[in-house]
Structures are given as structure tokens and as C-alpha cells.
Design a protein around this ligand. Structure first.
Ligand SMILES: Cc1ncc(COP(=O)(O)O)c(C=O)c1O
Length: 482
């Protein structure tokens, strides 16, 4: 729902910014893309950016900065210890979230490392609405377990439920009682649940879930990396919140938590991260881990320039004109794909458009990493790089068997303020072509499989010559140049 309506044209998302600096893009011919995919070991993480037309891998660290963010970088205060830039950032975070203590870290997973190192002991159970890959990896690395209690409707790909990231409140309380509160170091709620399609959690659910935790003396942690999208959805989809400002909603959410952490590669549109801690003693209990793993307490591995930029970015994340851009483009893309009959997660969430690969490629087994295969296919047929979010992103079970992901998704991320509507139309067009030729897409298998976070660096190969056949069909339709 764009703020500006048209006289004749049907509603479309409207950019509330203009382009001031651009990066030129190149589209390699399909046959060359096939070669590049082979060189990348059929893993889109391993492609070189120069070989990509539209990079929809992630929204992390690749959001467009505003002129105000860039100019703030010029006044950054360089100091190993006591940088004024850090204190400015801390004051801004305190103004927004009402939490004083701030531990800086170089990115979101570094915050997860600190939290897991400090709180997780072997045999512990960390409860979440849904896991995020790096959050889970740090917990399991330390002998902990993750229990995911997102409401079961959240895992239904097509629905009109506004808050598919909500946690099942009954299951949460039952789980705390079953495990014993002393065995649950914290409950982690993720705003804008990444792995199930950037789906939001409601303010009402956050309040109820954290109330249960308080009742049982369990610490509460918010992963606010995707909070800006979630704030937009709360304001537009939760009737009780409609009349509140974005700042008021952010503060209401923050008030429920003991700890908030975020990746500033997403929240703040820059590159970095931080852990905000309400309690002074708790803050001191983690303090020594920052110089050990990250950097001194007033930079935490971040460049001061990035800290200046993100301080402006936090303010921009409280502006409805800014935070509505991503969700509106995603919604447009999702609706258009849906109209074509392409299986896509509905309603559109934050972060990106998500294709349901179990339905898109029903004949490719998840054991053959169907979402990973579709990501490769879309690069070959269009030069678009998406990210697999499915079985390939899971870790194997302790006995070595595959852990089959509950959702097998291809994510087409919309880094904020980066893509135009015509580029979005191109993506929709190529996904449609691929859908009409889906019988040509086959599976993948590992050639080299790393033990942890295998999706980043794994090397794969196709189970047959399907990529060659797919590229040939594409060239037959679009010629040798595209
Ligand atoms: C919800 C969520 N939490 C944590 C992280 C980790 O952040 P980073 O990539 O900065 O390490 C991400 C990154 O994608 C994320 O989406």
C-alpha cells in the first residue's frame, strides 16, 4: 500500500528516495553462466559478484546507504578506546530501546557467539520461535540444543495469516516446565523470522511469550536483526498498534526483553552488531568476552565509520517511509509470482520473496537439495543469485543422516533501497520461465561437505546433465546473448 496513489495506473510500490550513486551491472550470456556455476561448485555463495546480474543472495551488509549515513561517516571519531562515535551510537540505541548497556560486536553471529559462550552449557535447551543458522550453530557447538516452537500455521506456505513468526505459547510453557527453567538459559525470539520467509512476530505474542518467561524466571533475548521489517508489519497488520508510532512500537517491544542483539548489516543498514543488556551485572558478566573475541569495548571489531553510519541508520529504521520500501517491493513480487501460479510463501514477509521449492520441484527429493538446485538454475537462467534456505542449510543429525528441513525455500532477497521495479519485473519474468521449464531441473549431491554451516563453502555437482539441458532450452528461447 504505497502512500502515493495513481490517477490511472494500478497501485505499485513507490520509491521514497532517489538514486545518487550507481554500480554498473553486467549480464553474462547463459552459456558462460553455466560455466561459472560449475566453477562455483553449484553453490551460489561461491560465485563472484562480477558474474552476477542481480544479487538477491541476502540483505546483509548490502543495503543502500542514505546520503545522511554516508556523510556521517566523515565525522567518525577514530580511537582505539573511548571513541565519541561509540557513545553517540550507544545514546541513539538507548533513546530507541531504553536500554543503556551496549556491547559492540563485528556482526550478528559474533553477538550470538558471545551470548552462547556466556550462557549455554552442555545439555541446555534454548527455546526459539525459529532458529537462525548461526544462532543454532553456536548453541550446538557448546553442547546445547534448540527447541523451535513457532506456531504450526507458520510453516504452512500459503496462508493469509499476518504473523507467521508467532511462537506457540502453550508449547513454550510446556517446554519450560518439561526442561526445567534452570536448563533453559534463555528464550530467543526472532523478529522477522528469517528461515521461514521473513515472517513477522506480533507485539501481542511477544508480550505473552515474555510474560511466560518472566513467570518461570527464564531470561528473554530478542534477535532484532530484522526488526525494521517486523515493525512495519506490526504497524500495518496488528490493529491494536495502528495508531502508535514506529518508535512507540519499537520501545514497547524492547521493554519486554532482558537482552536485545542485532546484526547491523540488516538493522541500521551498515555493517556491525551489538548486544544491548538491561541489567548492569549481566552486562559486566559478558564484558570480558568482547575484547577477547571482537575488539575493545568501544568498537567491538567495527569500523568507527560504520558505527557513525548505523547510528543514522537506526533513526531511519524508525521512519515508516524508509522501512516500508522492502516489504512493499517484496509484496509486489510475491503477488505477481502468485498470480502466475508459482508456489511462493504468502503473505509476503520481510527480507525477500521466498519460493516454496517442495511445490516448485516436487520430483526433486529434498535429499538432493532441491532449493539449492533451483538457486543454481535461476542463476543459469537469468543471472539472478538467490540463496538456498532448506535442507542444505541444515546440519546433519548426530548419526550422520540428513536433517530434512521443514521448509525448502529459495530466497530472493531484496536488499533495502537497491532494486528498481523493472529489475523486479525481470526477476518475476525469469522465475516464470523457469517454472514453465521446471521439469528440466534436477538435484545436486555433495563433492565436498564441510561439517558445519556446509551451505557456505560446500562443493556440489548435479546428479545428471540437467544444467546443460536447461541452459540449452534457455538459449533456444532467448538467444546466445542473454
Ligand atoms: C535473524 C538473523 N540473526 C542473525 C544473523 C547473523 O547476522 P550476521 O550475518 O551479521 O552475522 C542474521 C543474518 O542473516 C539474521 O538474519
Amino acid at each position: 500500500m504505497p502512500k502515493i496513489t495513481f490517477y490511472q495506473h494500478e497501485p505499485i510500490p513507490m520509491e521514497m528516495h532517489k538514486v545518487k550513486i550507481v554500480q554498473q551491472l553486467h549480464l553474462l550470456p547463459a552459456q558462460q553462466r553455466l560455466e561459472k556455476m560449475r566453477e562455483a561448485g553449484f553453490n551460489t555463495f561461491q560465485l563472484h559478484n562480477g558474474d552476477i546480474f542481480l544479487d538477491m543472495l541476502t540483505d546483509s551488509g548490502v543495503n543502500a546507504m542514505s546520503d545522511r549515513m554516508q556523510s556521517a561517516m566523515l565525522v567518525a571519531d577514530d580511537a582505539y578506546a573511548g571513541s565519541e562515535t561509540f557513545f553517540k551510537m550507544q545514546r541513539k540505541l538507548e533513546e530507541i530501546f531504553g536500554i543503556h548497556y551496549c556491547l559492540p560486536a563485528h556482526q550478528g553471529r559474533a553477538c550470538e557467539n558471545i551470548l552462547a559462550t556466556r550462557f549455554v552449557k552442555p545439555g541446555n535447551c534454548v527455546i526459539m520461535n525459529y532458529h537462525f543458522t548461526t544462532a543454532k550453530a553456536h548453541i550446538t557447538r557448546l553442547g546445547g540444543r534448540v527447541e523451535e516452537l513457532v506456531k504450526k500455521e507458520g510453516l504452512v506456505s500459503h496462508s493469509d495469516l499476518p504473523f507467521k513468526g508467532d511462537i506457540d505459547l502453550e508449547a513454550l510453557e510446556a517446554c519450560i516446565l518439561r526442561e526445567g527453567p534452570e536448563n533453559v538459559p534463555f528464550v530467543r525470539l526472532e523478529a522477522g523470522t528469517n528461515l521461514i520467509g521473513g515472517q513477522p512476530i506480533s507485539c501481542a505474542n511477544i508480550e505473552a511469550a515474555t510474560e511466560i518467561c518472566r513467570k518461570h524466571g527464564v531470561m528473554t533475548v530478542l534477535d532484532a536483526s530484522l526488526l525494521q521489517d517486523n515493525l512495519y508489519f506490526i504497524k500495518t497488520r496488528e490493529p491494536e498498534m495502528r495508531d502508535r508510532t514506529v518508535r512507540e512500537i519499537a520501545r514497547k517491544i524492547a521493554d519486554q526483553f532482558d537482552i536485545i542483539y542485532f546484526s547491523a548489516r540488516k538493522f541500521g543498514f551498515a555493517r556491525g552488531g551489538a548486544i544491548l543488556v538491561r541489567d548492569e551485572a549481566l552486562f559486566h558478566s559478558m564484558e570480558d568476552l568482547i575484547p577477547m573475541f571482537e575488539g575493545f569495548l568501544t568498537y567491538g571489531g567495527m569500523s568507527v565509520k560504520e558505527m557513525e553510519a548505523m547510528t543514522v541508520g537506526f533513526d531511519e529504521s524508525m521512519d515508516m517511509d524508509v522501512i516500508s520500501q522492502g516489504p512493499q517491493f517484496i509484496d509486489y513480487c510475491v503477488r505477481r509470482l502468485d498470480e502466475y501460479g508459482i508456489p511462493v510463501i504468502t503473505p509476503g514477509g520481510g527480507l525477500g520473496a521466498h519460493i516454496d521449492v517442495k511445490e516448485f520441484l516436487p520430483d526433486v527429493p529434498q535429499e538432493q537439495y532441491s532449493a539449492g538446485a533451483l538457486a543454481c538454475a535461476l542463476y543459469i537462467c537469468g543471472g539472478i543469485r538467490g540463496m538456498e534456505r532448506g535442507t542444505l542449510s541444515e546440519e546433519r543429525e548426530p548419526d550422520g543422516t540428513e536433517r530434512i528441513a521443514s521448509m525448502e525455500l529459495l530466497r530472493l532477497a531484496f536488499p533495502r533501497r537497491v532494486f528498481t521495479l523493472s529489475q523486479t519485473e525481470y526477476v518475476i519474468d525469469r522465475v516464470k520461465w523457469l517454472y514453465d521449464h521446471r521439469n528440466l531441473v534436477g538435484g545436486l549431491r555433495f563433492v565436498h561437505e564441510p561439517a558445519t554451516l556446509r551451505f557456505f563453502t560446500g562443493v556440489l555437482e548435479p546428479v545428471s546433465d540437467w544444467p546443460e539441458k536447461l541452459a540449452a532450452a534457455y538459449r533456444a528461447d532467448f538467444g546466445d546473448e542473454q
